[in-house]
Design a protein around this ligand. Sequence first.
Ligand code: CMP
Length: 155
Amino acid sequence: MERSVVLVKPDGVQRGLIGEVIHRFERKGLKLVGMKMISLDDAILDEWYAHHKDKSFFPSLKSYMKSFPVIAMLWEGKDSVATIRKLIGITKSREAEPGTIRGDFAMSQQYNLIHASEDLTVAKKEEALIFKEDEIFPWEKTDTSHIYLDEELKS
Ligand code: CMP
């Protein structure tokens, strides 16, 4: 099963949307296997946003992400990386599809509430940056057989 890292960004924490995010992912059938509140520092952010380091918005992005703590979560599920990207909507929130988290709750390109791993390689890198091994919980979700067909669990 894939695991994807999700951050409720400082604006999402300030706006009281942590529960909303968790609620949506839980109802979808994803499994929460790790969660904590953390303050991001320069070392993590430089690594996290290395692909944006030459963009004009990089300094502003970093100071925003350091402004308040974030909630970091690790969600597990079949094809969870792509599934979660669909659930959150596109970066520019005011153009995000209604029904997505950004489409329903945000207006900004920067203050877009939530981060989700872009692909599986990035997800693994982000998981290693944020979570220690003993912060990940491989618990058994007993309704799994009502969420997936047996064949889907095998492939
Ligand atoms: P995300 O796509 O999760 O990761 C990169 C973040 O940079 C993005 O969310 C926004 O928060 C921010 N971002 C992207 N584009 C811009 C922009 N043009 N101006 C300001 N912030 C941006």
